[in-house]
Design a protein around this ligand. Structure first.
Ligand SMILES: [Zn+2]
Length: 319
């Protein structure tokens, strides 16, 4: 918009024109304002474009390297822990469970992580190395995990096998009068001839409890002319036991039995020449010497006494 100024000489308003010094001052003022505005714009521009700052990058790099070292250290710690598990697995658990240690090839063959390395990672050796290390650890963990699963199954089977094994005496030591007849040749008390005796005779008072010597299933419980009241237990894993001449039995065919469970009482039934238990252990259908299974519940002194008792008498109570 045009400006007017009052002229005293002409007594009229005339258009105002800037000239000389005023004009120069006005130009300087305009230039200054322009410069200030331009500088502000430039600063804003600089702030928005985030220029590369080498110091900042170096600092960032150092921080990343430190983080990498810590990550690497953590991975190595985990690798060492896993190695300790593998050692325990091979030299401890597998020895106890009669299992072959895993070969190096088996241990290295694990396939683990679903995350794959990207091509870009190959450009950064440190990242690439640590990724490989983590993947290897993942694979090793998979192998170890599978191995522990296998060991757990083996252990369950072994525990069942150990519980099933005829491993205790069928008559408590406090009730045992004597181990009348050993396993082997013995003199028949009626026929007076030497015949093989395929079990052990435990002399004990009538009514003394008879214990199942391992977990199993009652295969048969009945009265026979020779064995009298007799119980047959199938322990699985090719083992069976027989308990003869009982006063009575208190289990039925097909019943599940636990080791130490009372299955009947000492008597004198069948072809028996006195109150006693005739006890047999069979492995794969043939009688074996039961005395080899008693170590578990006898101390050395008791076991020695049992062997001595067994040596002194070799006539038989069953005929
Ligand atoms: Zn006998």
């Amino acid at each position: 918009m045009a400006r007017f100024i009052y002229n005293r000489e002409t007594c009229a308003y005339e258009p105002y024109k800037v000239r000389g010094k005023a004009l120069r001052n006005r130009i300087i003022l305009l230039l200054s304002i322009s410069l200030i505005l331009a500088s502000g714009g430039y600063i804003t521009f600089l702030n928005k474009s985030k220029p590369l700052d080498l110091l900042e990058i170096e600092r960032e790099n150092t921080n990343l390297k430190t983080a990498w070292l810590l990550l690497n250290f953590q991975l190595e710690e985990n690798e060492n822990k896993l190695k300790a598990y593998a050692e325990e697995d091979d030299h401890n658990y597998r020895v106890i469970l009669d299992a072959t240690p895993l070969s190096n090839t088996e241990r290295q063959a694990g396939v683990g992580g679903v995350i794959r390395k990207t091509k870009e990672m190959e450009h950064y050796p440190l990242i690439s190395t640590i990724f490989d290390k983590a993947l290897h650890l993942n694979n090793q963990l998979t192998v170890q995990n599978e191995s522990f699963d296998e060991l757990q199954k083996l252990l369950d089977k072994k525990l069942k096998q150990w519980a099933s094994r005829p491993a205790i005496q069928p008559i408590d030591n406090k009730d045992l009068v004597r181990l009348h007849t050993t396993y082997g040749m013995r003199l028949n008390p009626v026929l007076k001839i030497w015949t093989p005796h395929k079990g052990l005779d435990f002399t004990a008072s009538t009514g003394t409890p008879i214990y199942a010597t391992g977990d199993g299933v009652v295969q048969d419980a009945y009265y026979s002319d020779s064995f009298g009241n007799v119980v047959y237990i199938d322990h699985g894993f090719d083992f069976e036991t027989r308990y003869a001449h009982m006063l009575r039995f208190i289990v039925n065919k097909g019943e599940k039995i636990k080791r130490g469970q009372v299955i009947g009482y000492v008597g004198d039934t069948g072809r028996s020449a006195g109150e006693h238990l005739h006890y047999e252990v069979l492995y794969q259908g043939s009688q074996i010497n039961p005395i080899n299974f008693f170590q578990r519940d006898l101390n050395n002194k008791e076991y020695k006494k049992l062997l001595e008792l067994a040596k002194t008498e070799n006539s038989s109570l069953d005929y």
